[in-house]
Write a protein that binds this ligand. Structure first.
Ligand code: GRG
Length: 298
């Protein structure tokens, strides 16, 4: 039994990420202040900071330090936050609550919410490119930029979102559901772990283990998200629960039932942890994060 202290690990890494985000985001009063306020409103509303912590854990798993990858870690959080702002818009999920507060467009209006999302996405790539200042190697940084762009674009998150929207209210196949999950959510989670590992100079064997882990963690994360949408509450989730069923969304519980969905998430987490064994004790934070993904209530 490992005595790794996950709560302390999470709180220290979150603090690092939150301080860096505060530094990297444009100041509230810098013009054009309306969009800067909107960007800061959603990013600094909290959230688990899972993706940036996975970037850091990916680096640490191959002997790198958090400071080396902080700009890229923050970039992943900015891309994630942009996707949440846009996903909440009336044209998409039309949600009123996110991260325990009103959604961005409810406060700033749709036009500024769209632009705040756009600005977060572009700032993210500025930060990854700027990772060179932390001593990152230029060729690796270019590869990481390309990989994150693919994971965020039509080859990943945007692609998954498109198929998700186009599948609403329809009966879909297992293959389509797997496509949606692996692209909409898992791609960015996998890219987070891999980006950290690559920036920290991962050797091919370690990168393969981390990639296998990332694939499974990403899928498990989305299955748990689907389960929480059935079982969770507004207070726990910080957003309205039950929205998948209302929108007749394609989800794991809808296709397989809750019990089978839980079993699949557990199996994926076990596989993810198995893939990490070759990394030895350095893989412990990712292993503990895997358990956290399975057991989370928000
Ligand atoms: C708009 C291009 C575009 C994509 C949207 C991410 C996404 C795709 C939609 C968000 C809707 C959603 C609930 C997706 C399921 C998985 C997910 C990303 C959940 C939210 O992530 P958490 O739990 O959120 O990491 P926090 O707030 O903790 O960061």
């Amino acid at each position: 039994m490992s005595d790794f202290d996950l709560p302390q690990y999470l709180s220290e890494r979150r603090q690092l990420v939150d301080e860096a985000l505060e530094r990297f985001l444009p100041a509230e009063h810098a013009p054009p202040s309306s969009v800067h306020r909107a960007m800061r409103y959603s990013v600094l509303a909290g959230g688990k900071r899972l993706r940036p912590i996975l970037v850091i854990a990916g680096a640490e798993a191959v002997g790198g330090g958090a400071e080396l990858v902080l700009p890229t870690a923050c970039a992943l959080e900015l891309i994630h936050t942009y996707s949440l702002i846009h996903d909440d818009l009336p044209a998409m999920d039309d949600d009123d609550y996110r991260r325990g507060r009103f959604t961005n467009h409810k406060v700033f209006g749709e036009a500024i919410a769209i632009l705040a999302g756009d600005a977060l996405l572009t700032l993210a790539f500025n930060l990854v490119a700027g990772n060179a200042a932390q001593g990152g190697e230029a060729r690796i940084i270019c590869d990481v930029v390309a990989e994150i762009a693919t994971a965020a674009g039509t080859g990943g998150m945007v692609g998954g979102q498109v198929v998700d929207i186009e599948s609403e209210g329809k009966t879909i196949t297992v293959e389509t559901l797997e496509y949606i999950h692996s692209h909409k959510t898992a791609a960015l989670i996998r890219a987070s772990l891999r980006a950290g590992a690559r920036l920290a100079g991962a050797k091919p064997d370690a990168l393969r283990a981390i990639t296998d882990t990332g694939d499974r963690l990403g899928l498990a994360f989305q299955i748990v998200d689907d389960i929480l949408d059935v079982e969770g509450s507004l207070e726990e989730l910080g957003k309205t629960a039950g929205s998948d069923e209302r929108k007749r969304k394609a989800t794991y519980p809808a296709l397989y039932g809750l019990e089978a969905s839980r079993a699949r998430a557990r199996a994926l987490i076990q596989e993810a942890k198995l893939a990490l064994r070759s990394l030895g004790p350095r893989g412990e934070p990712i292993s503990a994060l895997a358990d956290f993904i399975l057991e989370r209530r928000s």
